[in-house]
Ligand binder design. Structure first.
Ligand code: B12
Ligand code: SF4
Length: 640
């Protein structure tokens, strides 16, 4: 069979280790003459026995060739391919695919030699709930979080490689930067897809070798194989030296699927020294990977596994020490998928963190993510508070028990979630949380229930999004089996409408979501909730906020008054909240500083919610016009 050059370019040869014969049937037995991937000269492929052709559609519905060409895919063929590759690369699957690229003699990738110059790139994010744009107008920082995955991979690179890091959150990427490098190494989440794609295409056009790893690569390698020379699926902490050796000596593969979950207690100290540290609002360290629960929509457990693996407390403290040595004295996010996934280890760590904080005068404010069953562990909460944890992000998702049951989020059903949140707040941790609409069990009441819950729990930073079915998850499989997956969906995060057909009609879902956002981020509601959250949060004695030196602090105050107190449309609510803060907690450092952070954050959340509401209005208007046009066409046809 001759294959269109646009559908090409990568061949996956699969060895099903335990039962090699069962996969010996040829799936797509091909000869390829693709000019797009390996230069203009057609090459003939010797088709191996089990050979999968990758040329899957992107969410926009087009199949892209590595040359940038595109064509409409054959939907039946594409979804069959997607399904096969999805199964084969699914972590934990019985299949252990070893993928070899067989182009040319001795592999298509020439050796890069022992002194590789590697450019690490962290692509740009689109504006969202998490991007805190508004705050960047006021606070002298340029971006939120550092790319910890890239910093970890940097530490795994051979010592004789020269490394540079570019964070596209605040840095331009010049051609000269790419041309400096022998190897361009990119990381990223699905939500960074656009910039990931652009960066990889640009590096390839400039003739540079490209490699991508990280969560997007781990969940959708088949898409990225079209743009990157090397795609690394999974956590390469233990095997990266082998991959690096392949790169150096010219035996590198297109795709590395690391199915084993590494022992993170052996992971190296991330290369924080590569960061322009003063540009960030927060630093990040990771204690554990994986989560023991089984939420249907979650790709944490398909990427990082259900058995939480932890570092040693000493290892984490060494990471904090490294940040301390670099002069970092502000907030640090412990970016665990679920900090209390292994609650015994979390407790041990918290005890040691307390000593470390005490011995240095509490230099770092900590925050993390945890499941709601934290409320059943008062000793752990106390230990965290003593270690200077200020707040915790909790996946509440829904106040509806039916929707939680559908999502298999059973841990949220053990105790009333409202009670749990109030307990955590009263024990000393301030709470921020995520909420989801679009479950099959959701009815039209869900929107009011969500807004009421957020108000009752007093959660100022409430991240409300749509349910998504990310590839590799059980929800993705279910939607695929039910024929509800939208292949043409361009969704990359929970802020986009679902990538499957919801049972609630789309206009109802969009209208309901709009209602929730408009109600909870109305300025008076936002600042009232912030105030109530401070009343509910019982800060404890050891909790110490980060100190901001006087001069930058004055700059922040002046810019806040200018942008928020004078120019903004919500200045009345701003002044009311500021007055309450000053009159009630002028000498309570913890409450005052978190309250001040909430005061500033209004500039992001209120404006962000307004933008989303405007976008939703446009989208609803578009749907309404389409429906009217369809009605008109039907009536005209009937009349004729
Ligand atoms: C911290 C974090 C954030 C931070 C931001 C982090 C940042 N740097 O900007 C915040 C809270 C802002 C955030 C937000 C979001 N996040 Co987030 N986040 C995380 C979290 C918890 C930790 C990330 C981290 O630092 N990990 C530690 C490092 C060491 O792990 P790693 O990146 O996987 O790196 C390893 C490998 O992947 C690999 N690797 C990584 N890069 C590279 C590069 C190369 C070349 C190679 C070879 C290997 C390699 O090597 C590393 C060592 O093994 C992860 C979950 C997780 N466990 O990673 C989710 C996660 C990355 N986030 C995710 C999502 C969906 C989001 C949101 C879209 C959520 C939403 N509901 O909208 C938003 C989008 C942000 C935005 N601005 O729009 C998903 C991504 C899924 C995907 N397939 O892309 C994850 C996996 C969690 C999940 N399943 O929900 N997030
Ligand atoms: S609790 Fe959170 S991390 Fe764990 S499976 Fe559920 S959604 Fe994923």
């Amino acid at each position: 069979m001759r294959v269109s050059p646009f559908c090409c370019p990568v061949r996956l040869e699969i060895f099903y280790r335990r039962y090699p014969l069962s996969l010996s049937t040829s799936i797509f037995n091909t000869k390829c003459y693709s000019p797009c991937f390996y230069g203009p000269t057609p090459r003939r492929w010797k088709a191996p026995s089990a050979n999968i052709q990758v040329g899957l559609p992107f969410r926009d519905g087009w199949v892209y060739g590595a040359c940038g060409g595109k064509q409409r895919p054959n939907p039946a063929q594409s979804s069959a391919r997607l399904e096969v590759i999805h199964k084969l690369t699914k972590p934990g699957s019985r299949f252990v695919p070893q993928i070899t690229d067989r182009v040319g003699q001795g592999g298509p990738f020439p050796p890069l030699g022992p002194s590789v110059k590697a450019l690490l790139i962290w692509p740009r994010f689109p504006a969202s709930f998490w991007s805190f744009e508004g705050i960047l107008d006021i606070v002298p920082i340029e971006t939120d979080q550092p790319p910890l995955g890239l910093l970890t991979v940097a530490a795994l690179c051979p010592k004789n490689w020269t490394l540079r890091l570019i964070d596209r959150g605040f840095e331009e990427l010049q051609d000269a930067d790419i041309l400096w490098a022998d190897l361009v190494m990119v990381s990223g989440m699905r939500v960074q897809k656009e910039d990931i794609q652009e960066t990889l295409i640009r590096a390839r056009e400039l003739g540079r070798r490209t490699m991508i790893g990280g969560p997007f690569a781990s969940s959708e390698p088949e898409l990225l194989l079209q743009f990157a020379d090397h795609v690394v699926v999974g956590e390469p902490d233990e095997v990266f030296p082998e991959i690096a050796a392949d790169i150096e000596r010219g035996s590198a593969k297109s795709l590395y699927v690391v199915t084993e979950k590494p022992d993170v207690s052996k992971s190296p100290l991330p290369r924080f020294d590569l960061l322009k540290i003063e540009k960030y609002a927060s630093m990040a360290v990771q204690f554990s990977r994986g989560c023991p629960f089984q939420c249907e929509f979650c790709d944490i457990i398909t990427i990082y596994g259900r058995k939480p693996r932890t570092k040693s407390p000493a290892q984490l403290i060494a990471e904090l020490n490294a940040l301390y040595e670099l002069g970092w004295r502000e907030q640090v996010f412990i970016v665990d998928d679920n900090f209390i996934g292994n609650h015994k280890r979390a407790f041990e760590l918290s005890l040691e963190l307390r000593q470390w904080q005490e011995s240095r005068g509490y230099p770092m404010l900590l925050y993390t993510e945890a499941s709601v069953d934290l409320a059943q562990k008062p000793e752990l909460i106390k230990a965290m508070v003593d270690a200077n944890f200020f707040y915790v992000f909790i996946g509440i998702e829904s106040p509806s028990p039916t929707s939680l049951t559908e999502a298999k989020k059973y841990q949220n059903l053990r105790r009333d979630p409202l009670e749990s949140i109030r307990f955590i707040q009263s024990e000393g941790l301030w709470v921020t949380a995520g909420f989801i609409v679009g479950f099959d069990s959701d009815t039209e009441e869900i929107f009011d229930l969500q807004a009421e819950f957020i108000e009752a729990a007093a959660i100022p930073w409430a991240m409300v999004g749509f349910l998504q079915a990310p590839p590799t998850t059980p929800l993705f499989d279910r939607m695929m089996n039910e024929g509800r997956l939208l292949m043409e969906s361009t969704a990359t995060s929970n802020f986009d409408p679902p990538n499957f057909e919801t049972l609630l009609p789309l206009p109802v879902l969009l209208k309901g979501f709009r209602k929730v956002l408009a109600s909870i981020y109305a300025p008076s509601a936002f600042y009232e909730r912030s105030y109530r959250s401070l009343l509910q949060w019982k800060a404890r004695k050891p909790q110490k906020a980060s100190k901001i030196p006087f001069v930058p602090l004055m700059g922040i105050v002046i810019r806040s008054i200018l942008h928020q107190g004078i120019r903004s449309s919500y200045r009345k609510s701003y002044w009311k909240f500021l007055w309450r803060l000053l009159s009630r907690w002028p000498f309570n450092g913890a409450k005052f500083s978190l309250g001040f952070a909430m005061l500033l954050s209004g500039h992001h959340f209120i404006r962000y919610a307004n933008t989303v509401v405007d976008d939703l209005d446009c989208e609803l208007e578009r749907i309404r016009t389409e429906e009217l046009a369809a009605d008109l066409r039907r009536e005209t046809a009937a009349a004729l």
